[in-house]
Design a protein around this ligand. Sequence first.
Ligand SMILES: NC(=O)c1ccc[n+]([C@@H]2O[C@H](COP(=O)([O-])OP(=O)(O)OC[C@H]3O[C@@H](n4cnc5c(N)ncnc54)[C@H](O)[C@@H]3O)[C@@H](O)[C@H]2O)c1
Length: 269
Amino acid sequence: MRDILGYQGTPCVVVGAATGMGEACARTLSEMGAEVTALDIAPITAPVKESVEVDLADPASIEAAVGKLPAEVPKLFVCAGVPGPPRFDNLATMTVNFVGVRHAIEKILPRVPRGGAVALISSIAGVGYAKNLDKWKELMAISDFGESRAWCEANPDPANGYLGSKQALNVYTQLRASELVEREIRLNALLPCPTDTQMLPDFHAQAGGKENLEQFFHSPMGRNATPEEMAEPLILLNSDAASFVSGHLLIVDHGYCGEVNVGIRQGLL
Ligand SMILES: NC(=O)c1ccc[n+]([C@@H]2O[C@H](COP(=O)([O-])OP(=O)(O)OC[C@H]3O[C@@H](n4cnc5c(N)ncnc54)[C@H](O)[C@@H]3O)[C@@H](O)[C@H]2O)c1
């Protein structure tokens, strides 16, 4: 049998692996024979080789966690994120979802060998990034954690919380993928639609009710995705089968954005 995905015996690191899509990713990779190191601020339950605690809001915690990772990380998955208010204000959301996610990736990148791959989870919430491209490029030019956070604080438009954090990730993915070409490392992002995880009730509350979110953002299938329906395309992005895929924003929404693009459906993002 030919294994076109190539995870058997491969060291993989999954950041944000306690629940939801990250848990499904870590569990599925283990089932595929990968050697998984799982990171999260919350306890890991997936059957992985090793677990490491990390708080993406804290650069010292990120750096300490990276020091515990295998010397070579051929496949890196970054799934962690927070939903925004009321539990996380806009700056806290930008800090975890963009500043912390980018810091973790940049600190792990020296361990990613030639031919390696990085995949992060952004969101369809960030599809409107081009409207703010010049501003986001200012943020991309700042590498320091504290200075990046300060930029977000000083620029609440466009660094406006959940949407802003996902727009920033979409810009980062495409800019950084271009720079990583010379190291033969691929970088891609998955952009999920609403998915049944512990985060979804927060989005319902922000939209003023489940019905509002579903009216405007439900996939054409009329249901939410499952965590596995996001984890598996993410695994595909980092696999050998995607060896010529980089700088790509993989929208996984069963055609929602397509309907917006051709004017069948109103676009709000
Ligand atoms: N659920 C949705 O509808 C949806 C839609 C689009 C995008 N997303 C994105 O998908 C990704 C996965 O979210 P999910 O829906 O599986 O929700 P989830 O809450 O189950 O998963 C998020 C994970 O991130 C971890 N995390 C949160 N803050 C952290 C921190 N400071 N340091 C380390 N880890 C931290 C959590 O403990 C959790 O394991 C997120 O980036 C989210 O923004 C979710």
